[in-house]
Design a binder for this molecule. Structure first.
Ligand code: FAD
Length: 298
């Protein structure tokens, strides 16, 4: 296509998954371009304490900066762009954004993550930054051991997450968005339950739940309101998504079934974790390298 660049690999998304793929591909002496819309979930992590190799913890933005610096040092090129179109083009792919920019590559790695559905709270990003609102119990329930924890969302979802969080604290309160069900048969899940349909609030320090004229405050609140997938690009390229809208991948190679198209990180993972994203990135990068034409060193 006239006016478009052609690299060995285009990576879409510069979160931990896409950046790790770029590091590997650069070190495999492949040309790699990273297109990114700049909204990694990791930017919201105030401090991650389960990210291997950081015993004192690391903020998400610092981790992203380090990964980006590392990828740049091995030759990865970055562009700010939101890819809106991904189409097969002969043996490769054409990508485009809404501004008319075009890119081509024989291999594309989708690392576009997912978008959390956040509660309707004033200064929701401030609430996440100070830990009043948390989105991932696997990531940070350890940090709120024995604290007063609110769990907000549809009944079925909050009950299953309450079971996990009960291992960390006896002080759980369920804050349903839809209906109050029963905890009978939940094997000793002795959580407090407030009436459904209240409003989450944030006072600059803590989150509370306002319902029926009362307001309860918590050390932290976990909302479980689901997420929006970014699998649409894969679908455009010919991938048939699963019934739940996910990209099916071969877990041994992170391939999608469309030759040359890979998907890694939260956009495919059931376990949305940095360590999973970077592992999948390494697997995809090595498989992509093996598929690309062999280039002997002169
Ligand atoms: C508050 C919070 C705390 C967390 N704490 C931890 C923790 O302590 N430990 C842990 O392991 N995990 C943690 N996580 C989860 C972790 O952030 C994610 O698992 C990780 O960021 C996934 O990486 P990813 O690269 O797949 O996706 P992301 O990091 O979300 O990156 C995806 C990138 O793709 C870009 N993108 C999307 N669509 C397009 C497009 N069409 N064109 C171009 N770019 C696009 C986005 O803008 C974004 O930059 C936390 C998450 C949150 C929200």
């Amino acid at each position: 296509m006239a006016g478009s660049s052609c690299d060995d690999v285009v990576v879409v998304g510069a979160g931990p998954a896409g950046l790790t793929a770029a590091i590997y591909l650069g070190r495999l002496l492949r040309t790699v371009r990273v297109l990114d819309a700049g909204a990694s979930r990791a930017r919201w992590i105030p401090e991650s304490n389960n990210c291997p190799g950081f015993p004192q913890g690391i903020a998400g933005i610092d981790l992203l900066a380090r990964l980006r610096e590392q990828a740049t040092s091995f030759g990865a090129r970055f562009e700010s762009a939101t890819v809106t179109s991904l189409l097969r083009d002969g043996d490769g792919f054409q990508l485009a954004d809404a501004q008319g920019h075009r890119w081509r590559a024989p291999t594309v790695i989708l690392a576009t993550g997912l978008a959390d559905r956040l509660p309707d709270v004033d200064d929701v990003e401030g609430a996440i930054a100070c830990g009043a609102l948390r989105l991932c119990p696997v990531c940070d329930a350890y940090e709120v051991t024995d604290r007063n924890i609110g769990i907000h969302g549809p009944w079925a979802s909050i009950v299953s997450h309450a079971r996990f969080l009960r291992g960390y604290s006896a002080r759980l309160t369920l804050l349903p968005t839809d209906t109050v069900g029963t905890l009978d048969g939940e094997g000793g899940l002795d959580a407090r339950v407030l009436p459904a349909g209240g409003q989450l609030v944030f006072d600059g320090r803590r989150c509370g739940y306002a319902v029926d004229g009362d307001r309860d405050w918590f050390d932290t609140v976990y909302p479980f309101l689901g997420s929006r997938s970014s699998a649409r690009l894969a679908q455009q390229a010919g991938v048939t998504l699963t019934g739940t809208g996910e990209i099916p991948v071969d877990r041994s190679h992170q391939t999608t079934g469309v030759p040359g198209l890979y998907a890694i990180g939260d956009v495919v993972s059931g376990l949305n974790q940095i360590s999973v994203a970077v592992g999948q990135a390494a697997v995809a990068a090595l498989d992509a390298h093996a598929r690309l034409p062999f280039v002997p060193r002169r």
